[in-house]
Design a protein around this ligand. Structure first.
Ligand code: NAG
Ligand code: NAG
Ligand code: NAG
Ligand code: NAG
Ligand code: NAG
Ligand code: NAG
Ligand code: NAG
Ligand code: NAG
Ligand code: NAG
Ligand code: NAG
Length: 597
């Protein structure tokens, strides 16, 4: 009997699933690794794209009782509240995902690598089934298949690949139009079978949804696109500044005024905004279900890409031990996260060893890279120079002349503050060289992580908020939205009370002010010009993801502040701007509700 027990224990320790990433297609001579491509480009890749769709279909079709099914992999992030791959939980929260905690960027790295590994494995099987004349081509494409990323800072609307309900591809049986697996995931069971609490507002839906309208029973992807578009200029600036102005990995500053926070915090804020813009009242909005929407994976590949680029630029900065205030399925609140913390439930071998934060610091062992990171053919310095010029070319293409004043812009010059500062598109922000202007302006939000029983957003406007709360997310005079990315129902997840603590995030506002300068209603970006205008025009209001206004007084811990800083603009393609210290512009906010004074 003892022997049996020993054998059982041995078997148990040897059956974990080792997360390796997709290992095929690495050039053993040069070390070159296959790339994760931007989805718009990847969608035209022919065989590789066909395989991506077919593999995702097969992945989603795998029985949800299989630990390697799409359902269970997506479920690692939240519901169902069960262990995965034998890693026991504390039960404090349904998912292993780490948010508002310093390992956030590093936890999602093996998570996307695991997803990619399984997608890749399906692709190998599928490629074999193509007819003789096509098989070699498909097998070659399968070997180098990687998860694409969606660069939302450049393409602020859902990619076509994600919005179409059907998609035409070449299959082993010839050309076919198939149900698009990126549009939605269809659950195989009902809420009980899925392990979702019956009272969760999305529990009974049979597929994932985006801006779901319970009246029509439909997603409204136009609303996702409208919110993405309205937030595009702020996302462009935050993304550029993440890479160019933030040099500390760790600082997770919740002190006030607190100065600047580090990449772990800032990338999460940007990422939250995309989750909420895409999701509305839908799966992407809520961490406990977000992993089921297939666009989650394209989004997180991009988050990982930004982090990987940042790491090349800041090779010596990494995690400093920090308290995790909120906990996860694996960690109790109060646990101190450090470089040696385990990233549950991801095993680094077939035994019982979990990856640590240190163990995923580099992307190299996972067998993929990004277009900006050909690390096998450059040394550290060359790679950093390459990243700088790529980042400038993508997010601060400032070497071109400033945009000329178009008839449309002048037309919008108006006595109405909302009109004179509003209607700023991504293209206008780019033409105004928004990331290279001599002074940068931003709003910071400090608020409790769980002040309400549901997920919420705070919208910032120049001029008055529109009367209809449902139009706020895409209002013409929206500066940007602060997104909480909280659960649909906090007390359902935390029946014994939610952990307390504050979170911090930023909204860039240079685009709004630059539009005012451009249209001649603001003299320049200096504090003496801008602050009186903000005192007059800056407003904020809060709403739930379901579209109800929330009184600001119910958002405990709320402090809104404004800062500006001077910059020396970038003048060559491979240099970044240099940023001056933050200047807290208290008089811009002191007379407003929950404004810093
Ligand atoms: C070890 O993990 C790999 C995945 O990397 C998996 O294919 C294999 O089945 C696992 N081995 C055992 C014995 O579980
Ligand atoms: C590896 O890269 C070298 C140099 O680009 C190339 O000549 C070679 O064919 C590659 N090997 C494979 C297996 O792709
Ligand atoms: C999945 O497997 C379970 C258990 O083997 C079975 O009862 C169920 O019908 C299967 N579901 C589907 C959709 O095939
Ligand atoms: C191709 O045809 C075979 C045989 O009819 C069928 O089993 C398979 O599901 C088809 N595959 C696709 C991708 O349509
Ligand atoms: C859920 O599905 C199971 C079968 O899988 C069935 O027994 C149960 O009645 C269903 N529950 C509801 C509420 O429909
Ligand atoms: C989901 O369906 C179950 C069973 O029909 C019901 O009890 C529950 O109230 C529903 N949940 C929601 C949020 O509508
Ligand atoms: C979808 O969202 C758009 C943008 O917010 C809105 O204009 C439209 O009325 C919505 N459509 C439906 C059917 O709700
Ligand atoms: C980053 O922040 C941490 C914690 O606030 C601090 O201890 C560390 O010195 C900072 N590192 C750098 C390079 O500024
Ligand atoms: C959350 O769930 C609890 C318990 O099921 C319920 O009392 C509460 O009304 C729900 N809150 C929201 C915002 O849905
Ligand atoms: C570019 O800016 C740097 C300082 O940021 C300055 O030293 C240098 O002279 C500038 N070069 C040109 C060509 O203007």
């Amino acid at each position: 009997m003892l022997l049996c027990l020993l054998l059982l224990m041995l078997a148990d320790t040897l059956t974990a699933f080792k997360v390796t990433g997709a290992m095929g297609g690495v050039n053993t001579t040069t070390g070159a690794r296959p790339l994760r491509y931007e989805i718009h480009k990847f969608a035209t890749s022919g065989p590789a794209f066909d395989l991506l769709i077919l593999s995702l279909m097969a992945f989603q079709a795998a029985n949800q009782s299989n630990p390697l099914s799409y359902f269970q992999i997506s479920g690692i992030h939240g519901y169902p509240q069960i262990p995965w791959d034998g890693v026991p939980g504390t039960g404090i929260y349904p998912g292993y995902c780490m948010h508002a905690a310093v390992p956030f960027p590093m936890w999602h790295r093996p998570y996307t690598a695991l997803f990619e590994q399984l997608l890749w494995t399906h692709a190998q099987d599928i490629a074999k089934t193509f007819p003789d004349a096509q098989r070699d081509q498909y097998q070659e494409a399968a070997l180098t298949l990687r998860l694409p990323y969606w660069d939302w800072a450049l393409y602020p609307s859902l990619p076509d690949v994600v919005t179409q309900t059907e998609i035409s591809i070449n299959t082993p049986n010839g050309s076919q139009t198939v149900t698009n697996p990126f549009y939605a995931y269809t659950f195989q069971s009902n809420a009980t079978g899925n392990g979702f609490p019956l009272s969760h507002p999305l529990a009974n839906l049979s597929t994932t949804v985006r801006w779901y309208n319970p009246g029509t029973g439909q997603s409204n992807q136009s609303a996702s696109n409208a919110a993405l578009k309205a937030n595009a200029p702020t996302i462009l600036s935050l993304t550029y500044q993440l890479l160019t102005a933030v040099s500390n990995y760790t600082t997770f500053s919740c002190t006030w005024p607190g100065g600047q926070s580090g990449i772990a915090n800032n990338i999460e804020g940007i990422h939250n905004s995309i989750h909420d813009s895409v999701g509305g009242f839908g799966h992407m909005e809520y961490p406990e279900l977000a992993g089921f929407d297939p666009v989650f994976w394209l989004h997180h590949a991009n988050v990982d890409r930004l982090v990987a680029m940042w790491q090349v630029l800041n090779p010596n900065s990494f995690i400093v031990p920090t308290v995790n205030a909120y906990g996860s399925y694996y960690e109790h609140p109060g646990f101190v996260d450090s470089a040696t913390s385990a990233l549950a439930p991801f095993h680094s071998n077939n035994g019982s060893t979990l990856f640590t934060v240190n163990g995923v610091r580099s992307i190299i062992p996972f067998g993929y890279s990004y277009p900006e990171l050909p690390d096998w053919e450059m040394d550290q310095e060359e790679l950093a120079t390459n990243v700088r010029s790529e980042v400038n070319a993508l997010y601060n293409p400032s070497m071109t002349a400033a945009g000329s004043r178009t008839a449309r812009d002048v037309e919008q010059r108006s006595a109405d503050i909302a009109d004179s500062f509003g209607h700023v598109t991504l293209e206008m922000a780019q033409n105004m060289r928004v990331n290279n202007l001599e002074r940068q302006w931003a709003i910071t939000v400090l608020v409790d992580r769980y002040p309400l029983d549901t997920s919420f957003l705070i919208d910032f406007f120049m001029g008055k908020a529109p009367d209809d709360v449902t139009s706020w997310a895409s209002a013409k005079n929206l500066i940007g939205s602060y997104a909480q990315f909280g659960p649909a129902n906090v007390s359902l997840l935390h029946p014994n009370g939610a952990p307390s603590g504050q979170v911090r995030s930023e909204i860039a506002m240079t685009h709004t002010l630059a539009a005012g300068v451009h249209r001649g209603v603001l003299k320049d970006l200096s504090p003496s010009s801008v602050v009186p205008m903000l005192r007059k025009g800056l407003n904020w209001r809060a709403r739930t993801a379901m579209g109800q206004e929330v009184p600001l007084s119910s958002l405990s811990g709320l402090v809104i502040s404004v800062y500006s800083r001077s910059i020396i603009p970038s003048n060559t393609t491979n240099h970044f701007p240099s940023y001056g210290p933050l200047r807290w512009e208290r008089s811009a906010t002191e007379s407003k509700p929950y404004g810093a004074s």
